[in-house]
Ligand binder design. Structure first.
Ligand SMILES: [Ca+2]
Ligand SMILES: [Ca+2]
Ligand SMILES: [Ca+2]
Length: 232
């Protein structure tokens, strides 16, 4: 009887792992309340998943596709911020040699994957605003960005307000010259907007796809049946 319970627990765990791709149990959770300025800048977390050929980043935040205007209190001047771009390093270091554009800007196309020579940083804008605490990657530098291919890019107003929205980026491995992503490490960095008022980064290594986990579950189910038969 005890063995049955253990097997059942293993099966439940396997099926749970196979089905969590879209839950809010983020692969990479970001602290809440760590945004600068308005709640619109809050990042909550990023889910990363992969198949043999594709990698998907789901980014949960409050940032609208239309951007968000920062008003400088002293002068009333407006800085129109827009969505940041996703930065990727595939060679294990902290230099991000690829970027995915989230908007049309600086000659880049939304959804385009680019190899990147250098990055603009929010610090390039902020000193004139009297701020010193914004120092992060923000947008892809238009100089040195070489187009590699298109990612799937979508934005959705999901149920609820916190997080309010989800960006989904799906990139085919062939864009990086890879036919099998298993074992490939992806370091990623995402600044919510060009002001980088909240950021998240992480390191994800691609693993066999969830369908393989489901198959493993079915295999265990077969073992359980055999086990029961033998006991009879
Ligand atoms: Ca946050
Ligand atoms: Ca790198
Ligand atoms: Ca919503």
């Amino acid at each position: 009887m005890k063995g049955k319970f253990i097997l059942a627990a293993i099966l439940l765990t396997v099926f749970f792992l196979a089905g969590t791709a879209d839950s809010y149990a983020y692969t990479f959770a970001d602290p809440t309340g760590d945004y600068i300025g308005n709640l619109a800048f809050e990042i909550y977390g990023v889910n990363v998943s992969n198949t043999t050929n594709t990698i998907t980043f789901d980014i949960y935040s409050n940032y609208p596709t239309t951007g968000y205007d920062i008003v400088r209190p002293s002068t009333g001047a407006i800085w129109h911020t827009f969505a940041g771009d996703l930065a990727l390093s595939l060679d294990g270091d902290d230099t991000y040699e690829y970027g995915v554009a989230f908007t049309d800007h600086n000659g880049l196309t939304a959804g385009g994957v680019y190899s990147v020579a250098s990055w603009d940083q929010a610090i390039d804008w902020t000193p004139s605003w009297g701020y010193s605490n914004y120092y992060e990657l923000a947008t892809i530098d238009e100089v040195g960005a070489v187009y590699k291919g298109m990612a799937g890019l979508s934005w959705e107003d999901i149920t609820g307000d916190e997080p309010n929205y989800r960006w989904r980026v799906t990139i085919d491995g062939s864009i990086f010259g890879l036919s099998d992503l298993n074992g490939q490490n992806f370091k990623f960095y995402y600044p919510v907007a060009t002001c980088a008022n909240d950021t998240i980064n992480g390191s994800y290594t691609a693993t066999p796809e969830p369908s393989s986990l489901s198959l493993l579950g079915l295999g265990l189910l077969g073992l359980l049946k055999k086990f029961k038969k033998r006991r009879k």
